[in-house]
Design a protein around this ligand. Structure first.
Ligand code: PLP
Length: 393
């Protein structure tokens, strides 16, 4: 196999991360490199990138960008905040929400689950009941966009009520940043977690996070030391934030690409970027319904960046996605955990939140679904165009 072919692929990857990457972002990967540990210019670049991320996340908290995929940020937050015996409330109405509880157990904590069906948001009342039933909860984890189900949890309601009770709030915003409204400070989020390859559409390989003063205090007040070296956020505080020295060698090429992606969002304007995601998501849902397919999550909590729909009866998930990719050149995603084989996900995030990409994806589904024996009531692409045009912007 010719390895150069991998880089030359020009088929359409419409998955909810990693996404297609804009050429301007890909070019940043090829910029000249320096020694990031020693070059003061690089330290200024990193500090500026963190300031720009503060702007996107609407926060004055410290921002750090770590080398490692998005999951590293989730694990670093739990490893740094949770010590043996700590009670941690985990909003667990999805694959990532349940995953947080696994991390909590791994680091000796005691997860208190607030479960729920994967197709609807957890309500503030459920969180209040859990807090009342389990005194002494120190940290809470919430997933903003449960990407595997295309579902949004009401972080803007859950975090203020947790914060009022003195709970440190950790929010996985990996697939909502730059796709959904997100106000880290105004909503009382102590640690917000992000990654480049979702709505920012940069290459995977980094994790970024915000750490509030309350979160730093909670880490400093631990009795037991943090179990973990690379995952220890206090290490970042003591070397980068206090002395301007990186604790580990930064992934400079990936950081350059992330900075280029952030610049594209700034150029368009965050509000407009979010409005574009919202408009496209609404039109995709209208098209899915018009064609007679079933959306997975309740409509009022459907995500802007990904649409999850039920695999039609009688269709094999993996076979169909292989057909769509190999014969029609379009990749959509299946799902995970209990949703595996039952749910398809169309990612319309970041560089893919463009009418051309969405129409090409839906047109491929228009051709492929009948080949798999599914009769559509109308063309997905045409229904999309009618709906997207009608809603303007
Ligand atoms: C993608 C994603 C992650 C993990 O990111 P990776 O970079 O794949 O590790 C975490 N949480 C959510 C909600 C995601 O969508």
């Amino acid at each position: 196999m010719d390895l150069n072919r991998i880089a030359a692929f020009d088929r359409l990857v419409m998955t909810p991360g990693p996404t297609m990457v804009d050429e301007r972002v890909r070019r940043a990967l090829a910029l000249p490199l320096t020694n990031p540990d020693l070059d003061p210019e690089f330290a200024r670049f990193y500090a500026e990138l963190c300031r720009r991320l503060q702007g996107l996340l609407r926060t004055r908290s410290d921002v750090l960008v770590l080398a490692g995929e998005g999951l590293l940020g989730l694990e670093a937050a739990v490893a740094s905040l949770v010590e043996p015996g700590d009670r941690v409330l985990c909003v667990a109405n999805g694959v990532y929400g349940e995953g947080f509880a696994e991390f909590v157990r791994l680091y000796g904590g005691e997860p208190v689950l607030v479960p729920g069906p994967y197709d609807r948001p957890v309500e503030p009342r459920q969180v209040e009941e859990a807090l009342a039933r389990h005194p002494g909860i120190k940290v809470a984890t919430v997933v903003h966009c449960e990407t595997p189900a295309g579902l949004i949890n009401p972080v803007q309601e859950l975090c203020p009520l947790l914060k009022e009770r003195g709970v440190v709030t950790v929010v996985d915003a990996v697939s909502s940043i730059a796709g959904e409204p997100l106000e880290v400070d105004a909503w009382g989020i102590d640690v917000a977690l992000g990654a480049p390859q979702k709505c920012l559409s940069a290459p995977p390989g980094l994790a970024f996070l915000t750490v509030s003063a309350d979160a730093w205090r909670a880490m400093e007040a631990r009795r037991a030391p943090i179990r973990g070296y690379y995952l220890n956020l206090l290490q970042w505080r003591r070397s980068w934030l206090e002395r301007g020295e990186f604790p580990y060698t930064p992934s400079s090429a990936d950081l350059a690409a992330l900075a280029a992606a952030v610049a594209l969002v700034e150029e368009e304007g965050l509000e407009r970027v979010i409005a574009r995601h919202r408009r496209i998501a609404r039109a995709v849902r209208t098209a899915v319904r018009a064609a007679g397919l079933d959306l997975y999550p309740v409509e009022e909590a459907a995500a802007h960046a990904v649409t999850a729909l039920r695999v039609p009866d009688g269709v094999d998930d993996a076979d169909f996605r292989r057909l769509l990719w190999e014969r029609h050149g379009v990749m959509i995603a299946g799902s995970w955990g209990p949703l595996a084989g039952r749910v398809w996900r169309i990612g319309h995030m970041g560089a893919n939140a463009r009418d051309e990409h969405v129409v090409a994806c839906l047109a491929a589904l228009d051709r492929a679904l009948p080949e798999a024996g599914v009769r559509l009531r109308t063309s997905l692409a045409e229904a999309y165009l009618a709906a997207a045009g009608a809603s303007g912007a």
